[in-house]
Design a protein around this ligand. Sequence first.
Ligand SMILES: [Zn+2]
Length: 189
Amino acid sequence: MKKLTDSLKTFKGVSSKGAQKIAIDLIHNKEEALNNIDVIRKELNNHYICSDCNNVMSDGCDNCKRSKEEVFVVETIKESITLRDKGDITNFIFVLGFERKSDYTKHELMNQTTDKLIDNLDSKTKEIIISTTPSLESDLLARLLKTKIIKAGKDVKITRFQTGIPFGGSVEYYDDKTIKEAMKNREET
Ligand SMILES: [Zn+2]
């Protein structure tokens, strides 16, 4: 039982007590659990993080094939999914993939990430919409991007979500109305 609970505890958010509860439940419903584990194993083997856009992909990246006329930028994969599901966004979404706010102050990481984002733009790109929550960090990102876009001689607008989303909140937790409102009310940097 210890091996089982120990491996369950390796999942994010599962406490010792939680692992014990899950373990007992799994043993009770062993057949169903084993089937689910087979599905998890198969699906995990089929999914990757795209090295171009940092989204989850399987068998080729769908996101990278989408229109890049407007390029959306979010912090996490979860935000990317929220934007796609609740904001009805069908365009390309770039995930920064930063783990914590202090990542924004790491020069090398910021340079690499913004370079990668700019590499993703194509000849049709007209606008980069920074869809992260309004914060000092997103200001920093917007400014750095703007400098690089100008340097690269690209005619691309940089806008940011403004009203609708409170300073420091996370896009991940907003409903469709709030996201659509924030998209409508974006401001050029
Ligand atoms: Zn991709």
